[in-house]
Design a protein around this ligand. Structure first.
Ligand code: PHE
Ligand code: FE
Length: 281
């Protein structure tokens, strides 16, 4: 369903970031989060993410100015970052991705919310998502995802496609030189989940399988019970962007959902949850 953008937003739902309006206290929240996460992510985040932080100069003090950031990013992969007032309708979100524009919230969490907040703020959206957009392969995947999103509506398959985003872009793990590393934005922007996703014996870590992922429900109110592991962004792009999802959507329509903590006999396990889960599909 399409609704109208809020009065201050354009028809594409974008607004000015209004970078000058941030207070010193707000910039200081970014700096604290940045210092804490960049420290945690050494040896935990994948190489492309760490390279992106560097290439985009995200370590400079203060909340990034989207114009500067976009200029740098555009030179690398043709992407830009645009501000939006909050959640936008699916079709608007997909349309931006399809045109290599990443929509980001401009507000920053309060100092009392460093560890947890419900709505994505500028730290999650920029620190979490933008570094990987400097990787050419991941950048292509995100654009293809947007084009695929516009197409998925006609198949009634948005929920299935959203699971792919969730378990890759937001909460994906990657195997790099034989070791597990983080790339999902929801993990790398969260102090607690950074440690949990990689080091905790609690969650399942399962080899990525497209159809399996699109059948798997997810929790939005707690750390994930299952992470899916890719072997590289080339693999991810190849299995998604290069494949016509129409037959997949048709097949998925006849298959049941899988619980967030379930393990199937066909799963290639990388780590099995230590909690006694009896998950069934
Ligand atoms: N190839 C998918 C389709 O045919 C679209 C897609 C691309 C989805 C990349 C996700 C990621 O609809
Ligand atoms: Fe996100």
């Amino acid at each position: 369903m399409l609704c109208d953008p809020p009065p201050q937003a354009g028809s594409d739902w974008t607004i000015a970031q209004d970078w000058k309006a941030y207070s010193p206290a707000e910039h200081a929240v970014w700096d604290r989060l940045y210092a804490r996460q960049s420290q945690m992510l050494k040896g935990r985040a994948c190489e492309a993410f760490l390279r992106g932080l560097d290439a985009l100069r995200l370590s400079r003090a203060g909340i990034p100015d989207f114009e500067d950031l976009s200029e740098r990013l555009h030179r690398l992969t043709g992407w830009r970052v645009v501000a939006v007032p909050g959640l936008v309708p699916d079709a608007v979100f997909f349309e931006h991705l399809a045109n290599r524009r990443f929509v980001a919230g401009r507000f920053i969490r309060k100092p009392t919310e460093l560890d947890y907040l419900q709505e994505p703020d500028v730290f999650h959206d920029v620190f979490g998502h933008v570094p990987l957009l400097s990787d050419p392969v991941f950048a292509d995947y995100m654009q293809a995802y947007g084009i695929g999103g516009l197409r998925a509506e006609a198949f009634g398959a948005l929920e299935k496609l959203a699971r792919l985003y969730w378990y890759t872009v937001e909460f994906g793990l990657i195997r790099e030189n034989g070791a597990l590393r983080l790339y999902g934005s929801g993990i790398v922007s969260s102090h607690g989940e950074t440690e949990y996703a990689l080091d905790s014996p609690s969650p399942n870590r399962i080899r990525f399988d497209l159809e399996r992922v699109m059948r798997t429900r997810y929790r939005i109110d707690d750390y994930q019970q299952t992470y899916f592991v890719i072997d590289g962004f080339e693999e991810l792009r190849h299995q998604t962007a290069d494949v016509d999802f129409a037959p997949l959507y048709a097949r998925l329509a006849g298959l049941s959902d899988i619980a967030p903590d379930a393990i199937l006999p066909s799963d290639a396990m990388i780590a099995r949850a230590t909690r006694a889960t009896t998950g069934t599909a």
